[in-house]
Write a protein that binds this ligand. Structure first.
Ligand code: HEC
Ligand code: HEC
Ligand code: HEC
Ligand code: HEC
Ligand code: HEC
Ligand code: HEC
Ligand code: HEC
Length: 309
C-alpha cells in the first residue's frame, strides 16, 4: 500500500508536527537531528540519488565541526522542512559548487562550503592533479575533500588515530584509489605504488611504528599534489633533493633515485639468481671436499691396517 519512501516521509512530517513548536524553524543542529538521527538506512531521494539519511548525534558532536549548525555547510537548507531549500549561499561557495556538482550531486553547495573556512586548501585541491581531473577532464575520479577525509559529518583531527588521514590510516586512504586496478589502468598510472611503498624501507618502518617514516603526503603533499612530470611536483627531477633532504641531510643526486615505485628492474633479478648459483656451488664444493677427504682418510686407514697385518 505505502512504499518505504512515503512511510519515511510520513513519519518525518509527523515528527515535525510534534517538535516544531520547540524548534521554531531555527538553525540549531538539533532541529535537523530530530529527523536525521532517528531515520535509518538509505533511500532514493526525490532528485533520484541514493542517500544515507542517518546522522549519528554522538559522532557528529565529537567531530571537528561538532559545534556547527548543519546549515553552516548545508546553506540552502535554512528552513524546515526542506521541501524548497532557499537559504543564502556565499558567493565563493556558489562559484565552487557549480564546478563540482557532477562529483557531489546530492548537495553540491555543502560540498563546496568547506571553501568558506578552508579557502587556501580548497584552492590547492582544485589546482592539483585530483582537482584538474574534475574541472578540466570533466571526470569524477579525482579526489576531493571527502574522498580523503571521509564522511563530512564525522571528520576528526589528523592526529586522532580514527582520522582517515592519521599515520595508521593514511596509506589505506590513498590506496582505495591508487590500489584500484580500474583507476590506475584508466589513467595509465604505475600499478605498483601501494605495494612498492609497503615493501620499501619506509613502508616497513611505518609498519613498525617508526614516527619519522614518510607517508605518501611526505613526498607528494596532501593537497597540492601534482603529476610527476610537472616541474612544480616535489618528486620532479632535482626537486627530490629537497624532498628527500627534509629527512636525509645531505641527500645528493646519487641518493635520490634510491626510491621510486618502479618494480625492481631485471639487473637485480639476475644478480639474485647469480648469488644463488654462487652460494650453491660453494656448498657443493665444500661437501665434495669433505667427502673426498673422508674417502682418503678411510682408504689410508684400510691400507695402514693391511700393512700392519
Ligand atoms: C521533518 C524531518 C526532517 C527534518 C527536520 C530535516 N530533514 Fe533532511 N531529510 C528528511 C527526509 C525525509 C529526507 C529524504 C527525502 C528528501 O530529500 O526530501 C531528507 C534529506 C536530506 C538531505 C539529502 C538531500 C536531499 O535533498 O534529499 C539533506 C542534505 C538534508 N536532508 C539536510 C537537512 C538539514 C541540514 C536539516 C536541518 C536544517 C534537515 N535536513 C532537517 C527529513 C528531514
Ligand atoms: C562540514 C560541513 C557539513 C556539516 C556541518 C553538515 N553536513 Fe551534511 N553533508 C555535507 C556534505 C559535503 C554532504 C555530501 C553532499 C554530496 O555528496 O553531494 C552532506 C550530506 C548530507 C546528507 C545526505 C547524505 C548522503 O548520503 O549524501 C544528509 C542527510 C546530511 N548531510 C545531513 C546533515 C545534518 C542533519 C547535519 C547537522 C547535524 C549536517 N548534515 C551537517 C556537509 C556537512
Ligand atoms: C588526496 C587526499 C586529500 C584530499 C583530496 C584533501 N585532503 Fe585534507 N588532508 C589530507 C592529508 C593526508 C592530511 C594530513 C596532512 C599531514 O599529516 O600533515 C590533510 C590535512 C587537512 C587539514 C589539516 C591541516 C593541514 O593542512 O594539515 C585540513 C583542514 C584539511 N586537510 C582540509 C581539507 C579540505 C577542505 C579538502 C578539500 C578542499 C581536503 N582537505 C582535501 C588529504 C587530503
Ligand atoms: C564554518 C567554517 C568551516 C566549514 C564550513 C568547514 N570547516 Fe573544517 N574546520 C573548521 C574549523 C574551525 C576547524 C578546526 C577545529 C578545531 O581546531 O578544533 C576545522 C577542522 C577541519 C579538519 C581537521 C583539521 C586537522 O587539524 O586535522 C578537516 C579535515 C576539515 N576541517 C575539513 C573540512 C571539510 C572537508 C569541509 C567541507 C565539507 C569543512 N572542513 C568545512 C571550520 C570549517
Ligand atoms: C619517499 C618518497 C615517496 C613516498 C613515501 C611515496 N612516493 Fe609516490 N613517488 C615518489 C617518487 C620519487 C615518484 C616519481 C617516480 C618517477 O619519477 O618515476 C613517485 C611517483 C608516484 C606516482 C606516479 C606513478 C606513475 O609513474 O604513474 C603515484 C601515483 C604515487 N607516487 C603515489 C604514491 C602513494 C599513493 C604513496 C603512498 C602509498 C606514495 N606515492 C609514497 C616518491 C614517494
Ligand atoms: C578518489 C580517488 C583517489 C584518491 C583517494 C587519491 N587519488 Fe591520487 N589520483 C587519482 C586519480 C584518478 C589520478 C589521476 C588523475 C588524472 O590523471 O587525471 C590521481 C593522480 C595522483 C598522482 C599523480 C600521478 C602522476 O604522476 O601522474 C599522485 C602523485 C597522487 N594521485 C597521489 C595521491 C595521494 C598521495 C593520495 C592520498 C593522500 C591520493 N592520491 C588519493 C585518484 C585518487
Ligand atoms: C619524512 C621523512 C623522510 C623522507 C621525506 C624520506 N625519507 Fe628515507 N627514510 C626516512 C626514515 C625515518 C628512514 C629510516 C632510517 C633508519 O631507520 O635508519 C629512511 C630510510 C631510507 C633509506 C634506507 C636507509 C638509508 O638511510 O639509506 C633510503 C635508501 C631512503 N630512506 C631513501 C629516501 C629517498 C630517496 C627519499 C626521497 C625520494 C626519502 N628517503 C625521503 C625518512 C624519510
Amino acid at each position: 500500500m505505502f512504499d518505504k519512501k512515503s512511510l519515511v516521509l510520513m513519519a518525518s512530517f509527523l515528527m515535525l508536527a510534534v517538535f516544531s513548536p520547540l524548534s521554531g524553524f531555527s538553525e540549531e543542529p538539533a532541529n535537523c537531528l530530530v529527523c536525521h538521527s532517528s531515520m535509518k538506512g538509505k533511500i532514493l531521494s526525490p532528485a533520484g540519488h541514493m542517500i544515507e539519511l542517518h546522522v549519528d548525534t554522538d559522532r557528529y558532536t565529537e567531530s571537528v565541526h561538532g559545534s556547527f549548525s548543519c546549515t553552516d555547510c548545508h546553506f540552502k537548507f535554512s528552513e524546515n522542512p526542506h521541501a524548497s531549500p532557499g537559504g543564502v549561499v556565499p558567493q565563493n561557495v556558489l562559484a565552487v559548487s557549480g564546478k563540482i556538482s557532477a562529483k557531489h550531486p546530492v548537495d553540491p553547495v555543502a560540498a563546496a562550503a568547506c571553501v568558506a573556512c578552508h579557502e587556501e586548501i580548497y584552492t590547492y585541491v582544485l589546482g592539483s592533479v585530483h582537482g584538474r581531473n574534475i574541472l578540466e577532464k570533466n571526470e569524477t575520479d579525482g579526489a576531493l575533500c571527502l574522498d580523503c577525509h571521509g564522511s563530512p559529518h564525522y571528520i576528526r583531527k589528523k592526529e586522532d588515530p580514527e582520522s582517515s588521514v592519521s599515520r595508521g590510516n593514511h596509506v589505506k586512504t590513498c590506496g582505495r584509489c591508487h590500489g584500484n586496478r580500474e583507476l590506475y589502468e584508466k589513467y595509465g598510472l604505475e600499478k605498483n605504488v601501494i605495494h612498492s611503498y609497503e615493501e620499501s624501507f619506509h613502508g616497513r618502518k611505518l609498519h613498525l611504528g617508526h614516527m619519522k617514516a614518510p607517508v605518501c603526503s611526505s613526498c607528494h603533499n596532501a593537497h597540492d599534489i601534482k603529476t610527476k612530470d610537472d616541474p612544480s611536483s616535489p618528486v620532479y627531477g632535482k626537486n627530490k633533493l629537497q624532498t628527500c633532504g627534509k629527512c636525509h641531510e645531505g641527500a645528493n643526486e646519487k641518493f635520490i633515485p634510491a626510491i621510486s615505485h618502479k618494480p625492481a628492474g631485471p639487473i637485480p633479478h639476475y644478480a639474485e639468481i647469480g648469488l644463488i648459483i654462487l652460494t650453491m656451488s660453494v656448498f657443493a664444493f665444500v661437501i665434495i671436499h669433505v667427502l673426498l677427504e673422508a674417502y682418503s682418510d678411510i682408504r689410508d686407514a684400510v691400507f695402514r691396517k693391511k700393512e700392519d697385518d
